[in-house]
Design a protein around this ligand. Structure first.
Ligand code: FAD
Ligand code: SF4
Length: 435
């Protein structure tokens, strides 16, 4: 990230510009092709990283992409959004020299090359006639649907929204996935055949879970986290206070950034990726001052060091040890926020002047869906569905994965992996029914 683009046009500039052929060949030469490669162990989807880098080095990006897609059909999106600095690249043995092999960019090079070719990497097995319902067309649902389709099953993918993709489409920062990549990737996944989209259908409201259970031989829940945690402080209802996920969703679907109003002085409450993404995008939209207020210390922030540095490079201020106590306003509109700052065992109170406040303190399972799942006998804890290592819901005949289930890390790549693992378990169960 040598130069930082300013202004709303930066929202459509790639955060990690792709490598060209020459750069990819040079970068692939840096790999030691380690035996028991630590990068492979660190990849949540088990991609054979040394193998695909070797294939790039042999100037065969098409085969490299097949290696990637065989484990992660959303390898294109993961190459754009994975926090590689805490996953494969952190594990890379060349990290000790301060310059790990740029695995994410090499993955992007291979997958982009393949997707441009118009081919599909996986052949669908003969139709089994078995029908599976997948609830949620985000990364977990798409990954599960694709793997099931590859085994010849017919998959109906239900999504409450009118557009598929889940947070790839509605949440991921624009500068990580510009040029409508999320929708291009959905089309790529569907190219396998045997996957039928039912959009604008909210399971639990428009169609009951019982009906799915009756009509399909298996059901996989990948509904993500539809509710946001509320911040209960005085003044939170004032105009100008918004949930950060809704702000990002509006931004992702906006066709003219000039029309998006964000305010001059913005505060974002939270310490995760959503808080950082909201802050950076608010700055790109033209906010003069943007401050992230986080109650813990810097080391506790869920957003990675890379994300924190990215925010700072864009002029976002990060403020630690800060708890919001009340939103203050005038004529129903936010004017400031009262905060308590804890430092060196002492607490100080102050008021920050803001005209926009974004709240990003976490999401949870949609409460209505959660209640219905409990009625179906599913076991929930910490607002998520409990699953076993195969993605089976504890205490029921359903499967679940992605953000709505416990056991992942609320990342795109872990959602993809959980979808894939559950698909294999469903396939095994459907095959066992036959014998
Ligand atoms: C703002 C933001 C930025 C992020 N940035 C990154 C990043 O840079 N890198 C990264 O790795 N991760 C990032 N994440 C996390 C990542 O997006 C999620 O972990 C991932 O999308 C989870 O996938 P999923 O399929 O479980 O759920 P989702 O992507 O949330 O998809 C769930 C789908 O289910 C649908 N649905 C919900 N309820 C129902 C219902 N009752 N009936 C039918 N459909 C339903 C929803 O409409 C949605 O399409 C980010 C998250 C947020 C919020
Ligand atoms: S750890 Fe680094 S050097 Fe070793 S195989 Fe993986 S990418 Fe190559």
């Amino acid at each position: 990230m040598d130069s930082i683009q300013k202004g709303s046009s930066a929202l459509q500039v790639d955060l990690h510009p792709p490598l060209d052929r020459r750069d990819a060949l040079v970068e692939s030469e840096r790999c030691f092709f380690c035996h028991d490669a630590p990068c492979l162990t660190a990849c949540p989807t088990d991609i054979d990283i040394p193998l695909f880098i070797r294939q790039i080095r042999s100037d065969n990006p098409q085969s490299a992409a097949r290696t990637i897609f065989s484990e992660n059909i959303l390898g294109g999106m993961c190459a754009r959004v994975c926090p590689t600095e805490t996953l494969c690249e952190q594990a890379c043995v060349r990290q000790d020299e301060g310059a790990p092999v740029r695995i994410g960019l090499l993955q992007r090079y291979a997958t982009d090359h393949f997707m441009e070719s118009g081919e599909h990497p996986v052949e669908r097995s003969e139709d089994t006639g078995k029908k599976v319902a997948v609830v949620g067309a985000g990364p977990a649902g798409m990954s599960c649907a694709h793997r099931l389709a590859s085994h010849g099953h017919q998959v109906t993918l239900f999504d409450a929204k009118e557009k598929p993709g889940g947070l790839n489409e509605f949440g991921i920062a624009s500068y990580k996935s510009p040029q409508n990549f999320a929708q291009r990737e959905v089309e790529f996944v569907l190219d396998i055949g045997g996957i039928y989209l039912q959009l604008g259908v909210r399971v639990g409201a428009d169609i009951s879970i019982q009906k799915l259970s009756d009509e399909y031989q298996a059901v996989f829940f990948a509904a993500g986290l539809g509710d946001v945690n509320a911040l209960s402080i005085p003044g939170i209802e004032l105009k100008g206070v918004r949930d950060a996920v809704a702000f990002i969703e509006e931004l992702r679907q906006c066709e003219d950034y000039e029309k998006m109003k964000v305010g001059e002085r913005v505060a974002v409450i939270g310490g995760g990726m959503t808080a950082i993404d909201a802050a950076v995008q608010a700055k790109m939209l033209g906010a003069r001052e943007v401050t992230v207020l986080y109650r813990g210390g810097q080391e506790k922030m869920k957003a990675s060091v890379f994300e924190q540095e990215l925010a700072q490079k864009h002029g976002v201020k990060l403020s630690f040890g800060v708890s919001p106590e009340a939103v203050v306003g005038d004529s129903g509109k936010v004017m400031g926020i009262q905060i308590k700052r804890d430092m060196d065992g002492k607490s100080e109170r102050e008021e920050l002047v803001v005209d926009s406040l974004l709240v990003a303190i976490g999401q949870r399972l949609h409460s209505e869906l959660g209640e219905q799942l409990k009625q179906q006998g599913l076991d929930l804890s910490a607002g998520k569905i409990n699953i076993d290592s195969d993605g089976r819901c504890v205490g029921s005949h359903f499967w679940a994965g992605g953000d709505c289930a416990n056991g992942g890390e609320d990342l795109t790549v872990t959602a993809v992996q959980q979808g894939k693992v559950a698909a294999e378990s469903i396939h095994a169960a459907l095959t066992a029914q036959e014998s």
